[in-house]
Design a protein around this ligand. Structure first.
Ligand SMILES: C[S@@+](CC[C@H](N)C(=O)[O-])C[C@H]1O[C@@H](n2cnc3c(N)ncnc32)[C@H](O)[C@@H]1O
Length: 357
């Protein structure tokens, strides 16, 4: 593995740890609480949950076997309270089923790559170090960045760089890649970084950090099917979240945050007829927002932990199912039925759950 455990723990500060714990605390105190860490990584957040909430059981998922090895070692002191599983996070229903759990009470998604993946050069995530073009979070399966770069049709590569990397110079970069791969296979991160650098106009090279950053992000998203997996994982997680349970999601780029926002806000709205004064059974919102939009990190957090710079945090609480049981119809006190639009607030009214929890 090549990296010392202590060294890793020393360099990795869990992002927005205190804020995550503050938001999740009421759910972590529910009787028999199960906390799912969907992106266990090096286990920083998970360790804090297990230490501060001694009754909680952890289910920790990661698709990266090296991350799991590190976390297993780090969390061994908690014995049976820590159940770590090699899984992609949209596989939660299967994992819960295998552990004989019907639901979970507290959950955390800390999306993106781990310090382990970035710091170990041979994983190929870092554009600043030379390594084989791999970028798989799960080294045991799937296609590598080398296959994407060398085998995808040029048009498909342009689409990936534009959509997943928001790269303005996608066409120029792909033309260089195609010319290079006619000479021989592109196999290293250094060759790819240099190709990107020389493809973009000199003026653009002087601004906005390393020019390869956007191309590497795009390839990583494609290699790991990150957006499709997140699209599938959000509803699966919300379906299994217990009433009064809470979920925190931290994303680091706008494409992820958009998926998260859409999945969460869809369930904060009524699905019943707009002009009824009461909520019909089974049509009420099933989530309450705990954050106003997405929360950015504080200046202090970024100063302490540069990896938090781009984080966007969203949090929700699961409401009563309102699932059609007798007497479930209830008043809709906060929604306007006269100004049109489902879920629209009356003038001067604050959205339920706005502000810090
Ligand atoms: C930013 S790190 C998490 C760090 C962690 N919170 C900590 O305190 O150490 C993200 C982790 O999520 C994992 N991951 C990313 N996408 C995943 C997916 N679709 N399924 C499971 N794990 C995933 C990565 O392998 C990585 O280890």
């Amino acid at each position: 593995m090549g990296v010392d455990m202590g060294e890793l723990r020393g360099t990795h500060v869990p992002v927005l740890l205190e804020r995550c714990l503050e938001l999740l605390a009421p759910a972590l105190r529910l009787p028999g609480a199960v906390h799912v860490d969907f992106t266990l990584g090096l286990g920083g957040h998970a360790e804090a949950v297990l230490e501060r909430f001694p009754e909680v059981t952890l289910v920790g998922l990661d698709r990266d076997t090296e991350a799991l090895t590190h976390s297993r070692h780090r969390l061994a002191k908690f014995g049976d309270r820590a159940k770590l599983v090699h899984a992609v996070y949209d596989e939660l229903p299967r994992v819960l089923d295998e552990l004989d759990l019907a639901e979970f009470h507290s959950g955390l998604f800390d999306l993106g790559v781990s310090s382990l993946q970035l710091d170990e050069a041979d994983r190929g995530f870092a554009y600043a170090q030379d390594a084989p073009l791999d970028m798989r979070m799960d080294q045991t399966s799937g296609i590598t960045a080398e296959q994407v770069v060398n085998e995808y049709e040029p048009g498909e590569l342009v689409r990936i760089l534009r959509t997943y990397g928001e790269e303005k110079f996608a066409q120029r970069i792909v033309s260089s890649i195609v010319r290079e791969r006619q000479k021989g296979r592109i196999t290293s991160t250094a060759v790819l970084s240099e190709l990107v650098k020389t493809s973009i106009p000199a003026a653009a090279r002087r601004t906005g950090g390393n020019p390869a950053k956007r191309t590497f992000q795009a390839l990583r998203i494609e290699v790991n099917g990150e957006l499709a997996t997140l699209e599938a994982a959000m509803p699966a997680a919300l379906d299994a979240l217990a009433v009064k349970g809470r979920l925190v999601v931290m994303s680091y780029q706008s494409l992820e945050d958009r998926i998260v926002k859409r999945a969460l806000t869809a369930r904060t709205r009524s699905t019943g007829p707009v002009d009824l004064p009461v909520e019909l059974p089974g049509t009420g919102p099933t989530l309450r927002l705990l954050t106003r939009g997405s929360e950015p990190p504080s200046e202090q957090e970024v100063a302490d932990n540069p990896r938090a710079a781009s984080v966007k945090l969203r949090a929700v609480e699961r409401l009563d199912r309102n699932d059609g049981t007798p007497g479930a119809a209830r008043e809709r006190p906060r929604l306007s039925t006269t100004h049109g639009g489902r879920g629209r607030l009356r003038p001067g009214e604050r959205e339920e759950g706005e502000g810090r929890a």
